[in-house]
Design a protein around this ligand. Sequence first.
Ligand code: ADP
Length: 632
Amino acid sequence: MQLEKLNTILNTASICYIVINPQGKIEHISLECIKLLGFSADNLKGGNISYILSEPERKTQEVINSLTTEGEKRMLSLKKHDGTTVKCAITSTKLEKSNDNLNKTYLIIEKTLNEESHAQEYEKDLLQILMDNIPDKIYFKDRESRFVRINIAQAELLGVNSPGEALGKNDFDYFSKEHAKLALEDETYILKTGKPIVNKEEKLVFEDRPTKWVSTTKVGVKNLNGEIDQIIGISRDITANKIAEQQVVKALEKATESDRLKSAFLANMSHEIRTPLNAIIGFAGLLNETNITEKKKNKFVDIIITSGNILLSLINDIIDIAKIEAGQLTIIEKPLDLNMFMKEIYTFFNEQYKRLDDNLELILKIPENNQNLIIYTDSNRLRQILSNLISNAYKFTDKGYIEFGYQYEEAECLLHFYVKDTGIGIPKKKINLIFERFGQVITDHTSKNKGTGLGLAISKGLIQLLGGKIEVNSELNKGSEFKFFIPAHFSDSKKIKRKQDKTDINSINWSGKHLLVVEDDYNSYNFLKEVLMPTQIEISHVDTGEKAIELCKNVGKFDLILMDLKLPGIDGYKTAKSIKEFDNKTPIIAQTAYALNEEEDKTLRFGFSAYISKPIILKDLLSMLSDLISKT
Ligand code: ADP
């Protein structure tokens, strides 16, 4: 019978067999046998029978010899593709010598399912169930680092539909070259040394999915000969931990940076506070000297006032940044004549800097078609932002021009403000830094450009509170342009109160008018008494709210009351309320050292006629008193 015909018959009869030659070379393998062992025909055909013999039978010529001996029945363990073994009864049948079948032996294989095998099968099933229900990724690899068995979690990681799809493949088929190479190196190390690799962090980069991190333990599995012929790997997904860890590292870096900025700030602040204080204390002391000329005296007073103002603006900045960060800064919107407001800012800066800087021109650009544009905004905060940007422009520009202005972007209903200069510019990589609190490009300042690094952080915070955003374009040694956009809210122009300048003290005559000052701080009271003396106004003074109520009730009529809000006993609010109960006409002005917007709003709600914050600027006080006295 022809060999092919014989094989067809045996295969059709579902006989499990292998055909070998006298040297053990596999010539043919039946479909049943392929099913039993799990290898493909191509894997085995041409190979030696010893490849599928389990230890210790493997490699022994004697076993091969006995297999090729006709009629012999042997119990042998055959190795399966998944690394397990199956015990079989093998009967050898030799074909007669003829031309086309040179000494071929048919090995008829019967799987023996004895008790031990049942137990093995059961354990195998149990192991599979266990593996497939564990979230960790588990895989077995052969000595060539090919997957021979994997669980469902590993199949998911590899991105295959079922564990079977990955069998025979290796890491290079699924992972980046870098990872596959490292994994192979680890496995080669295990095969060589027999030592496991425990909890090694691995980064898995995929083309189509986010990167994952796993912690992997790999152990070599020894066969009966004591040689490692498989590797078991278990990988635990630690991506979430890794992300958390990276976040902690970032937070730590940020905290360290913030700490560094704070230390730099404290050092800077200590210097910034001490310098003006030093001048104030030093020159105030010199004023006491008897033989001092009038000219020198005026100079010292000027220095004391300037230093006091520097200190005040520093304190205001610190309060602002703290309030912005605590989310406690409120915006109080009122109607504002925008063009007039811009012109006031222009006049202020032009007067202040013109005499100092001849090389610098300040330009204001107002759109011609927007005459009398009345917007609804917080003018104090808007002034603060523009002043910060313009002062910076002066600080960092030596020559050329500083231009500021605004445009109304009708399509988006936005007001676009800008401040442009021809100064030193800002390096690209520092652009984000400058908006951080205490962030400065140059930290060793000359007297012209010294600062605390708070201005832009405050401006950014204020612009956000006004519902807008800030941007900057800058080129080193060419200049910078800061622009910010805020939503445009328009208002009714009639509500605008235009300030009149009534601040020339020599032209004021308030004789016959009577002012009550309620103030517990004697320095503040003495200051008021001194500055108002030329107006000839009569001044009475009490230092508590209770005394003020008493005086108003019994002695009577004052034309104006200037009330400190923080008083011992009942405070300024309660005092004003009590006075209002029996005298609703006399205007009461609130004065406080809390330079907060909300405070102003609160005083107006409590029935005060006006509000002035300390330190009192004489010009503002005179203007306010004039307004109120003219109504009495
Ligand atoms: P300060 O001016 O007090 O240092 P700011 O927060 O206002 O603080 O500014 C932060 C930093 O941004 C400045 O120290 C400076 O390095 C940079 N900067 C701001 N405005 C300009 C400008 N117009 N030109 C160049 N650099 C600027």
